[in-house]
Design a protein around this ligand. Structure first.
Ligand code: MG
Length: 165
């Protein structure tokens, strides 16, 4: 038996600067630069937050965690994701799957993808087989290609009814 499902899309980009930790998918990745922003600037988690909010038609991450609010200064993006998962669950939605792409010229992300998927699946409350993270370079083009920024795209599918696994 199938239930109505809803799809959402998310996108984010953050500037790479010195003296910041690089956090992607909740995992700290060794690199000489990190992403600039109000929170830990985990661009992948932000894109996933927006995909989930989009699927539930609940606005965007900026509406839920305004960067003018000091309570969210330095907040872990996984905490933001957990709060959004709780908000959509309150409305009766459950996450079916998430797919995503991180676009980064450097560092090489392939070795970190299993850890990112694991952390995200844990926070999303779904099986690892339902969480996909892919990494691409930007072929040296534009700001991402010049290692000035990292971008992420995500898509999420929600069920309008709780699923029991
Ligand atoms: Mg962001």
């Amino acid at each position: 038996m199938s239930h109505p499902s809803r799809v959402g899309i998310g996108y984010d980009i953050h500037r790479l600067v010195g003296d910041r930790k690089l956090v992607l998918g909740g995992i700290e990745i060794p690199f000489d630069k990190g992403l600039l922003g109000h929170s830990d600037s985990d661009v992948l988690s932000h894109a996933i937050c927006d995909a989930l909010l989009g699927a539930a038609a609940l606005g965007d991450i900026g509406a839920h965690f305004p960067d003018t609010d000091d309570r969210f200064e330095g907040i872990s993006s996984l905490d933001m994701l957990a709060q959004i998962v709780a908000k959509i669950a309150e409305r009766g939605y459950s996450v079916l799957n998430v797919d995503s792409i991180v676009v980064a010229e450097q560092p090489k992300l392939a070795p970190h993808i299993p850890s990112m998927r694991g952390r995200l699946a844990e926070v999303l409350g779904i099986d690892l087989s339902r969480v996909s993270v892919k990494a691409k370079t930007n072929e040296g083009l534009d700001s991402v290609g010049r290692t000035e920024a990292i971008a992420a795209h995500a898509i999420a599918m929600l069920s309008e009814q709780a699923i029991v696994e």
